[in-house]
Design a protein around this ligand. Structure first.
Ligand code: GLC
Length: 527
């Protein structure tokens, strides 16, 4: 196993646990049915009591909300639906008082088409002409390349005002910024400085693998066999191309050094790596002492949680630190339903798995309650990605249903108005009920997080002992302890070699089976 060369950043642990908050769905205090920054502040104690190191706030910036806030119209303004900059300052102060760091999202790949930069670019105002990726049509009027947007359909939108096409790697209302224009980087650096001055401790960079593309706009070849395909639904044509020319990870990785320079040495930086087949190899280029601390890839979410996928990722990774482990986010169906049956048992199983792994971990709000995926009707969906693929939606809105806090309050204490998405409650109930139940998913997360710290697993080394589709056993060696992690994804009890002599440190099963590992459960043994 290679040594981890990354330095420790400021007040950060080397491999933090980061709790993702989706502001629209956390806590409403303005009686709009949507969450807001003040609401987050009132609920931070819940987050701190889990024992995580940081929150990461998904975008709360001024936005027409075509893509849930990832379509930013002003990167330094708080959208009025979420509150004000003063509310943000209060949130940071409260988080710091509770010992939590604050990371925010930075969407540097694109803006909203409502952004003043885009409006000026559309009018060719001096200084703004080339802030986006404008290209003339081909002689036959067609788009400059065959590139396809992530959500499906051409990645070029025709703008009669300029008689040109503009690149958008996501929605047509999210024009891609021209990262080859130094003016764009000056503007992004100023945005970074703005938030640093407000006391943030780190950034999550959206879509970092998409910033650079072939300057000659050559066509992408077909992906052909499934090996070369980027993971994703088969009915999305984005998966049918080999993304050789619309995503150039090598150029992007060099840009990761600029991002580090802007943010300074003390900030923890993490990037979203969307490069499917070579995800981890690309991630390794983005991370390092002078670049991002970590990245996260979609392998487990797209390929499914299995011993073989885990072992493949660990082997490709080398030293664990640069890969952030996660199972749920605002972009995928919730794992407890996607890879499990939605039960509290499966929620505990996946918690024991993720929280044993060395490296940083991302938790998505509500997973600590065992929140399940909601099967929303078409009329309830806001997300354009989900709506386009109906009746086979990727399930983004179904993962974003609001937090459930209290039993005896309307809408589980999330809002007194009509919630923006229909709400569902996980098997163990809302947070307050789970707090008073020692056997709940919430209590299990708290225990597992505490033991992860006690056993120093985050900075450990991992060695895979057994990797099958439905079984995974690994040894984790930390500065203080050696732990054997055994995961049984089958529906029957399984033997764990050497288990008779080992003492369990944590078991996810409610009814452990002696000398064996119970069905759908994970155990940490002292070794
Ligand atoms: C990232 C975000 C996702 C968004 C996309 C476009 O993948 O996580 O929610 O739709 O970028 O901004």
């Amino acid at each position: 196993m290679e040594a981890d060369p990354r330095p420790t950043r400021g007040l950060w642990p080397k491999n933090p646990v980061i709790y993702q908050i989706y502001p629209r769905s956390f806590q409403d205090t303005s009686e709009t049915g949507e969450g807001d920054l003040r609401g987050i502040t009132t609920r931070l104690e819940h987050v701190a009591s889990l024992g995580v190191d940081s929150v990461w706030l998904s975008p709360f910036f001024a936005s027409p909300m075509c893509d849930g806030g990832y379509d930013v119209a002003d990167q330094t303004a708080v959208d009025p639906r979420f509150g004000t900059l003063d509310d943000f300052d209060a949130l940071v102060a409260r988080a710091h008082a509770l010992g939590l760091r604050v990371m925010i999202d930075q969407v540097f790949n694109h803006t909203s088409d409502q952004h003043p930069w885009f409006q000026k670019s559309l009018r060719r105002e001096p200084g703004f002409e080339d802030m986006y990726v404008w290209q003339d049509p081909r002689p036959d009027g067609s788009a400059p390349s065959n590139w396809i947007a992530f959500f499906g359909g051409a990645a070029w939108r025709w703008h009669p005002q300029r008689a040109q096409y503009c690149l958008h790697q996501f929605l047509p209302c999210q024009p891609s910024l021209n990262h080859r224009n130094p003016k764009v980087h000056d503007a992004l650096r100023e945005i970074t400085e703005f938030w640093l001055a407000r006391g943030v401790d780190g950034f999550r960079y959206d879509a970092v693998t998409s910033f650079f593309y072939d300057p000659e706009f050559r066509d992408n070849p077909p992906a052909g066999d499934t090996q070369a395909r980027i993971p994703g639904p088969a009915n999305n044509p984005f998966t049918m191309q080999r993304h050789d020319n619309d995503m150039l990870p090598n150029d992007c990785a060099a840009f990761a050094r600029d991002i580090r320079d802007w943010a300074g040495p003390d900030q923890y930086l993490i990037g979203e790596i969307n490069e499917g087949p070579k995800s981890i190899e690309v991630l390794r280029k983005f991370t390092g002492p002078d670049r991002l601390d970590a990245g996260y890839v979609v392998d487990l979410a797209e390929r499914g949680v299995s011993g073989t996928v885990l072992s493949d990722m660990i082997a490709r990774l080398g030293a664990p630190g640069p890969l952030a482990w996660w199972l749920s986010s605002h972009d995928q169906a919730r794992h407890v339903s996607r890879d499990g049956d939605g039960s509290a048992r499966d929620a505990r199983l996946f918690a024991a798995l993720t929280l044993a792994l060395p490296g940083p971990v991302l938790l998505f709000q509500g997973e600590e309650l065992g929140m399940t995926q909601s099967d929303l009707p078409f009329e309830a969906l806001h997300d354009p990605f989900d709506r386009t693929y109906w009746p086979d939606p990727p399930g983004r809105d179904g993962a974003r249903t609001p937090m459930v806090w209290e039993d005896d309050a309307p809408n589980y204490g999330f809002t007194s108005a009509a919630p923006w998405l229909p709400m569902i409650c996980p098997p163990d109930g809302p947070a307050d009920r789970q707090l008073s139940n020692e056997g709940s998913v919430l209590q299990f997360y708290r225990t597992a997080l505490r033991k992860r710290g006690d056993l120093n697993l985050a900075d450990g080394r991992i060695e895979v002992l057994l990797a099958e589709d439905r079984m995974f056993i690994a040894r984790i060696v930390s500065v203080s302890d050696t732990v054997v992690l055994a995961v049984n994804l089958t529906d029957g009890p399984q033997d764990v070699p050497y288990a008779g002599t080992l003492r369990p440190a944590l078991q996810s099963a409610e009814q452990p089976v002696s000398d064996q590992i119970a069905p759908r459960s994970a155990i940490w043994y002292h070794a």
